[in-house]
Design a binder for this molecule. Structure first.
Ligand code: FAD
Length: 545
């Protein structure tokens, strides 16, 4: 039996997750990755005994991970899995300190983290964010008593959005206007089309609570002032299934995914950059027939999936003559998400350090104005907010004895800003590290640092091939969401599909895993194995004899 061939450009979480799915659907799948190790944004940097996850650190929806590790060879496992209650009841499991599931634990150990985040305000007070509404109410009562009642209303409204937007519609692929039109009335009814920040203002009066309940979209590249209020569901997603950490770092999860893909028979080529997606006119239709590598080698394939950045895929990998819809002017018109400076540093531990948590959000003095500087004015402001990741609190093995491994992430404008990072980088980084000292988070930090490295938007643009150095693909604003977000099945080219944060449903590790399933479903449908999905019958009928 000759199996059909699929090639996937890129080994980001979306690329590998899609590889796992396609391999299980009966395709012989090869992932071609430019870099020497898998993960894309979730790359690992190791130096001098320190292990730094370069990207995602907050894992949510652990049963999505379990689902991928449970995928079996030659089974169209694209329906909704029927997880036992024990796997889904995270609130109980979080208290017991366990997470993941039986298939996950064969590859990686995942643990719940509490609190989810500690959020520091500029006046030195802080708020511990977790999944316990009672604890949340207590803290609101302390910091902003006027908002306790608003929290209860917000909680109910966020649950309604979560129930409809995530539980019921989460996997809806908006490939046509008709699919979109069906949900528009609901979005209006739920008040989910207004901006998240204006939605939050309906429930909270204090600046502090408005920040606490809106900042999280920054972790997926969205400006709380511009993302639709459907993103209020993040609050409920975390509350329901918790925040988790892969022991050994997110890199261990990526290693696990890559191994799972290879266990299913897939192969990954590292250190190989794709130069071009090959397209031919077949029966009058522009059709993807494979890829050409930088070396000139051609890999033929029945299906090509790009996990490379959306704009990079269309602008750099596909000849303009084949692109009617995704032409240069349309692709360049799309708004790109903000970018990041991320500083990775190892420093000596001290018993006198204030009690930082695993995940710390350190908010600066300004909020709305700072967001406008980053996303709209595209200027490097004097002030900043940061997310400080201190994984050695949970897993000391990530640093040599007596040391912490940390990173701090600062949202900055993407490269359309024309900021010269060669010139500004060192000074900016020093200012950020100094702020951790002067605000009392890590006293004498710069004297205690033994290893340091940082990345800027240049890294995203030149190393990860992300257009304009975007950190999270196209910006998740209303007019770039659902049907209006880049499509997972190319509108221009038959047999070409896209997967990852730039496509539907969006950025962040759970969404990217969803995108892999959505793309695999579309491919299964196009290759007429959709009946298997509906019926749950494991029959890879598309494999040709
Ligand atoms: C610093 C940072 C922190 C984050 N924190 C979190 C978090 O805590 N929680 C969370 O849920 N999300 C987080 N995110 C978002 C999350 O990491 C991303 O949404 C997700 O990892 C993106 O995966 P992806 O599959 O879309 O693509 P990517 O990770 O971008 O992978 C694309 C891959 O394609 C490869 N590639 C590109 N072009 C070519 C080519 N021509 N030839 C071959 N290979 C190519 C690249 O090298 C790369 O490996 C974070 C992101 C960043 C940057």
């Amino acid at each position: 039996m000759i199996r059909k061939k699929a090639v996937i450009i890129g080994s980001g979480i979306g690329g590998i997750a899609c590889g796992i799915r396609l391999q299980s659907l009966g395709f012989d799948t090869t992932i071609v990755e430019k870099l020497d190790t898998p993960g894309g944004r979730a790359l690992v940097h190791k130096a001098e005994g320190f292990v730094f996850d370069m990207g995602p650190t907050v894992l949510t929806v652990p049963h999505f991970i379990e689902e991928l590790f449970a995928v079996e060879q030659d089974k169209a496992m694209l329906g909704e899995p029927d997880f036992p209650e024990a796997i889904l009841d995270e609130s109980k499991r979080i208290k017991e300190g366990i997470s993941g599931g039986p298939s996950t634990s064969k590859y990686v150990e995942i643990r719940p983290i509490l609190p989810f985040y500690r959020i520091y305000f500029d006046d030195g007070t802080h708020f511990d964010y977790d999944c316990d509404p009672e604890n949340t109410r207590r803290q609101i009562a302390k910091l902003a008593p006027e908002d306790v009642e608003g929290y209860d209303r917000f909680h109910a409204a966020a649950k309604r959005i979560f129930d409809r937007g995530f539980i019921e519609l989460g996997y809806t692929y908006f490939g046509s206007v008709a699919t979109m039109m069906k949900v528009v009335p609901d979005l209006f009814k739920l008040n989910a089309v207004r901006s998240l920040f204006s939605f939050i203002k309906l429930y909270f009066k204090s600046d502090k609570m408005r920040r606490v309940f809106s900042y999280e979209t920054l972790l997926i590249g969205g400006n709380p002032q511009k993302v639709p209020a459907i993103y209020a569901m993040i609050h409920f997603v975390e509350k329901t299934w918790g925040v988790h950490f892969a022991m050994g770092g997110t890199g261990k999860l990526i290693e696990g995914f890559a191994k799972k893909f290879e266990d299913l028979g897939g192969s990954i080529l590292y250190g190989v950059e794709v130069k071009k997606i090959n397209v031919e006119k077949i029966n009058g239709k522009s059709t993807a027939t494979g890829i050409t590598l930088e070396s000139g080698v051609v890999l033929d394939a029945d299906v090509v999936v790009s996990n490379s950045d959306y704009a990079n895929t269309y602008l750099r990998l596909i000849d303009a003559k084949y692109r009617k819809l995704n032409r240069d002017s349309v692709v360049k018109l799309r708004k790109q998400s903000m970018s990041l400076v991320v500083i990775y540093f190892g420093f000596t531990r001290s018993d006198n350090d204030p009690p930082l948590q695993h995940h710390n959000i350190i908010l600066g003095p300004r909020y709305e104005e700072l967001l406008t500087d980053i996303f709209e004015r595209k200027i490097l402001a004097d002030d900043f907010s940061q997310y400080l990741h201190l994984p050695t609190i949970t897993d000391p093995s990530l640093a040599p004895e007596g040391h912490h491994a940390a990173y701090t992430l600062i949202p900055v404008p993407n490269n359309l800003s024309k900021i010269d990072w060669q010139e500004k980088g060192d000074q900016f980084v020093d200012k950020v590290l100094a702020s951790l000292e002067t605000q009392g988070h890590i006293p004498d930090l710069r004297k205690r640092i033994v290893y340091q490295k940082y990345i800027t938007p240049e890294y995203f643009e030149n190393t990860l091939n992300a257009y304009a150095g975007n950190g999270f693909g196209v910006e998740p604003v209303l007019i770039q969401s659902a049907f209006f977000r880049p499509h997972n099945r190319s509108e221009d080219i038959t047999n070409l599909y896209l997967v990852g944060q730039g496509t539907q449903p969006g950025g962040g590790t759970p969404s990217v895993m969803m995108s892999a399933k959505m793309t695999a479903r579309v491919i299964a449908k196009d290759y007429k194995i959709a009946d298997d999905i509906v019926n749950g019958v494991p029959k890879p009928e598309h494999a040709t004899a």
